[in-house]
Structures are given as structure tokens and as C-alpha cells.
Design a protein. Structure first.
Length: 135
């Protein structure tokens, strides 16, 4: 079982194909990459959504706190989650649960020094994270 499958946990059986798992990872990477303000903007949005402690743990060097699918849906907006699900052919609940599992890991990997680094080459860093997750 790959690290990616471990991160997704119980969702693996709900995703019909390896392509859907890959699409979910691509989605999570793109949600960070395309977020207004990049990684900093995403961190700020999650903090503003009442998830400051969780985000602090993802950026920090300690254990990552979990978030629920509902919390991610609230932070990113239910319309966005709906749109992502339609695009991937996956239910919005699975999209939210997948992002709840993947975003803490991705943000953790993007902040190895315990802070959001200014001027980070986000595209290159996300490519590295994707490679690590699927290895």
C-alpha cells in the first residue's frame, strides 16, 4: 500500500479506479496551486474559517491535526466542492473527505521549516509533493 493510499484511508475503496485516486490528488494539488494568494492565501482562508489550530499544526513541524470533510467544505465553499465533484465524477462528500485527508499532508510537506516560505516556487514544490505521495 502506497503512502497515498494510507493518507486516503477508507476512501480508497469508495474510489472506483486508480484514475479517480489520481484525479483526487491532482485536484488537491491544484486547489493549493490555484488558490488566490497561493499557499499563504489558503492558510489564511482556513484560519478565517475557524481552523487556525489545525492549520498551525500542518504548517508547524509537529503532528498534523485532522479536519473533517464538513470543515473543508465550509472553508472552501460548498459550491466549489460541488463543482470539483462534478468535474471528477465523484460525489461531493468524497471530494471533501479526500481534500480533508490530503490538504494537511500537502501543506505539511510544503512547509518543512514550520512556516510558509515567501517566494516559494509553489509549482515545483507541489510537483515534488505529488511524487512523494505516489512513490
Amino acid at each position: 500500500m502506497s503512502f497515498f493510499d494510507q493518507v486516503l484511508g477508507g476512501l480508497v475503496g469508495k474510489l472506483g479506479s486508480p484514475e479517480q485516486k489520481g484525479s483526487l490528488l491532482d485536484l488537491a494539488v491544484n486547489v493549493v496551486k490555484d488558490h488566490p494568494g497561493g499557499l499563504s492565501g489558503m492558510v489564511q482562508q482556513f484560519q478565517a474559517s475557524g481552523l487556525a489550530d489545525q492549520v498551525k499544526s500542518w504548517v508547524g513541524t509537529g503532528q498534523n491535526q485532522t479536519v473533517t470533510a464538513d470543515q473543508v467544505g465550509n472553508a472552501l465553499g460548498s459550491q466549489n466542492i460541488q463543482k470539483f465533484g462534478q468535474k471528477l465524477g465523484i460525489s461531493p462528500q468524497i471530494v471533501s473527505a479526500g481534500l480533508a485527508a490530503l490538504l494537511p499532508v500537502i501543506i505539511d510537506h510544503l512547509t518543512p521549516k514550520g512556516q510558509v516560505e515567501p517566494g516559494i516556487d509553489l509549482q515545483a514544490a507541489l510537483k515534488t509533493v505529488r511524487t512523494k505521495l505516489t512513490a
